[in-house]
Write a protein that binds this ligand. Structure first.
Ligand code: HEC
Ligand code: HEC
Ligand code: HEC
Ligand code: HEC
Ligand code: HEC
Ligand code: HEC
Length: 329
C-alpha cells in the first residue's frame, strides 16, 4: 500500500510537471518527459523482478493502470473504473469497467450504477476470459477465446500509431498479441483538444460524436468511421461496411446479414445516418439494462432459445433504445 501511494505521488509530480505542457510531437499522455535519462520506466517496470508478464511491477495491467485510472485520489482524472472524470464528476465517453455514469433511460440526467456488461479485462474481480466475437476469416466460427488487457487496445508509452504517430486515446494501430486480427496497421488520428466527458449536460450519450468540434450532431463523422474500422481490427466480421449489408449476405455462416456499422455517409440531417460501433456501444462498459426480448438474444453461433444469452453488450441505452433513436418505428 505504502509503495503504491509513493508511486502515485512520485508520478503525480511528474504528471504536474510534464502533462500540462502543450502537445509533444506524438502527443503522448504517459511519456512526455522521456529523455535519454528518463526516470519514468521504473514507475511501471521491474528489470529482474517483474511480478507480471512484460516485466510489469504488478501482477496485471489492470492493477497497474488502476493505480491512477481507478482511484479517485489517483494520478489521473479519468477514473475508468467508475466511469467519471474526477474533477468535474462528469460521465466519461467510454462508460466504465465496474460502475458507469450514463443516461441509459434517456432521463433528466446521467446516473451512476454498476455495469451490466464490460470488455472483461484480465485482473478484474471475477474475471474469466471471453470470446472475441467475429475475429478471423469468413466461416471461422463465432470467435476465439482471448485474454484481454488494457494494453491490448492502448499503448501506455504513446507513439501507438504505425510510424510512431499520435493516435486517439493512444489506441494501438495493431491490437497487441491478438492472433487472427487484421494486422494491417490502422491509425485513429488524435484530436488537438482532449475532451473525455460526454458533452450533453443531461449525460445523454446518443449522438455524441468525435471529434470535439461537432460533439452533439452527426455532421462530421471522421472519428466514427475511423473508430469503427479500429474496432473491426479485432471484431472483423461484425463490421458491416457499405450499404445494404443488412440484405446482402457476407457469405459467413454466423455473421451473415449485418446492420451497416461503418459510420460513413453521414450526410443526412439530424440524428439519422449510418451508425458506427460507438453510436450504439461504449468502449469500456455499460450500465444499460435489458428487458424480456433483449435479454433473450443468443450468443453468436448458439441457437435461439437455447439459454445461452448475451447481456447488455456494452449498449448505450436500455433495451433497444439505440434503434429507436434513429428509426422511430
Ligand atoms: C504507465 C506504465 C508504463 C511506463 C511508464 C512504461 N511502460 Fe513499458 N510497458 C508497459 C506495459 C503495460 C507494457 C505491456 C506489456 C506487454 O506487452 O507484455 C509495456 C511494454 C514494454 C516493452 C515491450 C513491448 C513494447 O511495447 O515494446 C518495452 C520494451 C517497454 N515497455 C519499455 C519501457 C521503457 C524503456 C520505459 C521507459 C522509457 C517504459 N517502458 C515505460 C507499461 C509502461
Ligand atoms: C477493447 C479495447 C479497450 C480496452 C481493453 C481498454 N480500452 Fe480504454 N478506451 C478504448 C477506446 C476505444 C476508448 C475511446 C472511447 C471514446 O472516446 O468513446 C478508450 C478510452 C480510454 C480512456 C479515456 C477516458 C474515456 O472513458 O473515454 C482511458 C483513460 C482509458 N481508455 C484507459 C483504459 C484502461 C486503464 C484500461 C484497462 C482497465 C482500458 N482503457 C481498456 C478501448 C479500450
Ligand atoms: C484487442 C481486441 C479488441 C478490440 C480492438 C475490441 N474488442 Fe470488443 N471484445 C474483445 C474481447 C476479447 C471480447 C470478449 C471479452 C469479454 O467477454 O468481455 C470483446 C467483447 C465485446 C463485446 C461483447 C461484450 C459482452 O457483453 O458480451 C462488445 C459489444 C464489443 N466487444 C464491442 C467492441 C467495440 C465497440 C470495440 C471498439 C471500440 C471493440 N469491441 C474493440 C476484444 C476486442
Ligand atoms: C502514474 C499515473 C498513471 C498510470 C499508472 C497510468 N496512467 Fe494513463 N493517464 C494518466 C494521466 C494523468 C492521464 C491524462 C488524462 C487524465 O488526467 O486522466 C492519462 C491518460 C491516459 C489515456 C488517455 C490518452 C489520450 O490520448 O487522451 C489513456 C488511454 C491511458 N491513460 C491509459 C493508461 C493505461 C492503459 C495504463 C496502464 C498500462 C495507464 N494509463 C497507466 C496517468 C496514469
Ligand atoms: C445499430 C446499433 C449497433 C451498431 C452500429 C453496432 N452494434 Fe454491436 N450490437 C448491437 C446490439 C443491439 C447488440 C446485441 C445483439 C443483437 O441484437 O444482435 C450488439 C452486439 C454486439 C456484440 C456481441 C456479439 C454479437 O455479435 O451479437 C459485439 C461483439 C458487437 N456488437 C460489436 C460491434 C462492433 C465491433 C461494431 C462496429 C463494427 C458494432 N457492434 C456496431 C448494436 C450495434
Ligand atoms: C444512426 C442511425 C441508425 C441506428 C442507431 C440504427 N439504424 Fe438501422 N439503419 C440505419 C440506416 C442508415 C440504414 C440503411 C443502411 C444501408 O444503407 O444499408 C438502416 C437499415 C436498417 C434495416 C434494414 C436493413 C436492410 O438492408 O434491409 C433494419 C432492419 C434496421 N436498420 C434495424 C435496426 C435495428 C434493430 C437497430 C438497433 C439495433 C438499428 N437499426 C439502429 C440507421 C440506423
Amino acid at each position: 500500500m505504502k509503495n503504491r501511494w509513493l508511486f502515485i505521488f512520485g508520478l503525480a509530480l511528474a504528471i504536474t510537471a510534464f502533462w500540462t505542457q502543450p502537445a509533444f510531437a506524438d502527443n503522448p499522455p504517459h511519456d512526455g518527459s522521456y529523455t535519454a535519462t528518463t526516470d519514468s520506466c521504473a514507475g511501471c517496470h521491474r528489470t529482474h523482478t517483474g511480478s507480471g508478464a512484460g516485466l510489469l511491477k504488478t501482477t496485471s495491467s489492470y492493477n497497474l493502470c488502476m493505480n491512477c485510472h481507478g482511484v479517485t485520489s489517483g494520478g489521473a482524472n479519468t477514473d475508468v473504473r467508475d466511469g467519471i472524470y474526477v474533477s468535474t464528476n462528469a460521465p466519461l465517453k467510454g462508460g466504465g469497467f465496474v460502475n458507469a455514469k450514463m443516461n441509459v433511460a434517456l432521463g433528466a440526467s446521467a446516473v451512476s450504477a454498476p455495469t451490466t456488461s464490460s470488455h472483461a479485462v484480465n485482473g478484474m474481480t471475477g474475471y474469466t476470459s471471453g470470446v472475441l466475437y467475429g475475429i478471423g476469416a469468413l466461416n471461422s466460427g463465432a470467435g476465439t477465446t482471448f485474454t484481454l488487457e488494457c494494453y491490448s487496445c492502448h499503448d501506455p508509452h504513446g507513439k501507438s500509431g504505425s510510424g510512431a504517430t499520435a493516435t486517439y486515446r493512444i489506441l494501438r494501430s495493431v491490437p497487441r498479441y491478438v492472433t487472427g486480427a487484421s494486422n494491417v496497421p490502422y491509425n485513429v488520428p488524435d484530436v488537438t483538444t482532449k475532451e473525455y466527458s460526454v458533452k450533453d449536460a443531461t449525460g445523454k450519450y446518443y449522438g455524441e460524436n468525435y471529434p470535439a468540434t461537432t460533439d452533439l450532431n452527426l455532421t462530421d463523422n471522421t472519428k466514427m468511421t475511423t473508430l469503427s474500422n479500429w474496432c473491426a481490427t479485432c471484431h472483423t466480421r461484425i463490421h458491416g461496411a457499405g450499404s445494404a449489408t443488412g440484405s446482402t449476405s457476407s457469405g459467413d455462416a454466423i455473421y451473415r446479414f449485418r446492420h451497416r456499422s461503418d459510420g460513413s455517409n453521414v450526410s443526412n440531417s439530424s440524428a439519422n445516418g449510418d451508425p458506427g460501433c460507438l453510436t450504439c456501444h461504449v468502449a469500456h462498459g455499460s450500465s444499460a439494462t435489458m428487458g424480456a426480448y433483449s435479454s433473450s438474444v443468443p450468443k453468436p453461433g448458439t441457437a435461439e432459445g437455447g439459454g445461452n444469452y448475451l447481456g447488455s453488450s456494452l449498449l448505450r441505452i436500455n433495451n433497444r433504445g439505440v434503434c429507436e433513436a434513429c428509426h422511430n418505428k
